[in-house]
Design a protein around this ligand. Structure first.
Ligand code: GDP
Ligand code: MG
Length: 290
């Protein structure tokens, strides 16, 4: 499936037409600059271009192919696995700051699993804002899946505990846990996430558990610092990069692989229920140059 509904030009695409008659030195200088501007990170940009400088006489399509290979190699350093959900039940915990797209991604995933005939249970563990459980309840209704929610200000740990036990009793295939993106202070939030994952491992010791950190692609490099904090506290197993439809700066994908060492597993390409894609490094790199 194509990454986007409408084909956009990748941020590296015009490079090859603009520099068709120039020396490859100029093309590679410009490439390095564009990678930095697209949030790929200065170190990675330098590494990739230096690698390409090592080949002599690469032109046009061959250069493009070599570039795609280098970008794929960079992303593969962080691993290439997709979601690992082989147990029944298995669990997905969605973490990340407010507004990045956690709840929306949960809705998309619920619809996807439901479409595969799976039994899904949503756990409304973002109890910090009343609107949060309401928003999740709307997704549950829209996609026709079950939800466990407590009142506002309730203990998120209790929601997760109840959800694990309900899943055991009901034969649920996938539990998807929504979490708060902000609490009174950052340490509280990190403690809460640690507690949530601890309860899951205690109640469902044999379950596959994906902790997905949701990052908004439009925030570029700014998102990375918070990402590092979450990765530490919650034991993140994968990244969901949302709002790729809203930016030409997809280069942050490379920086994520480089800085966090965690694979991007899914990408969000719109607000609709179908706008979620499995991440494929080669497809992504090719879309950058086409
Ligand atoms: P949360 O606070 O992390 O739960 O974020 P929400 O799920 O409430 O999403 C915040 C906003 O981002 C909403 O307006 C969503 O419709 C929007 N959103 C989420 N994912 C995407 C995406 O992939 N593309 C676009 N364009 N918007 C998105
Ligand atoms: Mg939310």
């Amino acid at each position: 499936m194509a990454l986007f509904k409408e084909k956009k030009k990748g941020f590296l695409a015009t490079l090859f037409s603009t520099f068709a008659d120039e020396s490859d030195t100029e093309l590679l200088d410009e490439l390095e600059e564009r990678l930095v501007m697209a949030d790929a990170g200065a170190e990675l940009a330098e590494r990739v271009t230096n690698e390409l400088r090592g080949y002599s006489g690469l032109w046009g399509d061959k250069m493009k192919k070599a570039l795609v290979d280098e970008l794929v190699k960079e992303m593969e350093k962080a691993g290439t696995e997709g979601l690992r959900l082989n147990t029944k039940p298995s669990v997905i915990v969605m973490v990340g700051v407010n507004g990045v797209g956690k709840t929306t991604t949960i809705g998309k995933l619920a619809a996807y699993f439901k479409g595969q005939g799976k039994k899904v249970l949503l756990a409304a563990a973002d109890t910090f804002r009343a609107a949060a459980s309401e928003q999740l309840a709307i997704w549950a209704e829209r996609t026709g899946v079950e939800i466990i929610k407590h009142g506002e200000g309730g203990d998120p740990g209790a929601v997760v505990f109840d959800s694990c036990n309900a899943a055991k009793a009901r034969g649920t295939d996938v539990i998807i846990v929504d979490t708060a993106g902000r609490l009174h202070n950052k340490q509280n939030l990190m403690n809460e996430l640690t507690k949530i994952t601890r309860i899951i491992h205690r109640e469902l010791p044999d379950a596959d558990c994906e902790v997905l950190l949701v990052l908004d692609a439009t925030t570029g490099q700014n998102g990375l610092l918070q990402a590092e904090q979450f990765a530490k506290a919650a034991g993140v197993t994968g990244i969901v990069l949302t709002k790729l439809d809203g930016t030409a700066k997809g280069g942050v994908v490379f920086a994520i692989a480089d800085r966090l060492g965690v694979p991007v597993k899914l990408v969000g390409v719109g607000e609709g229920v179908d706008d979620l894609r499995p991440f494929n490094a080669r497809e992504f790199a090719e879309a950058m140059v086409e």
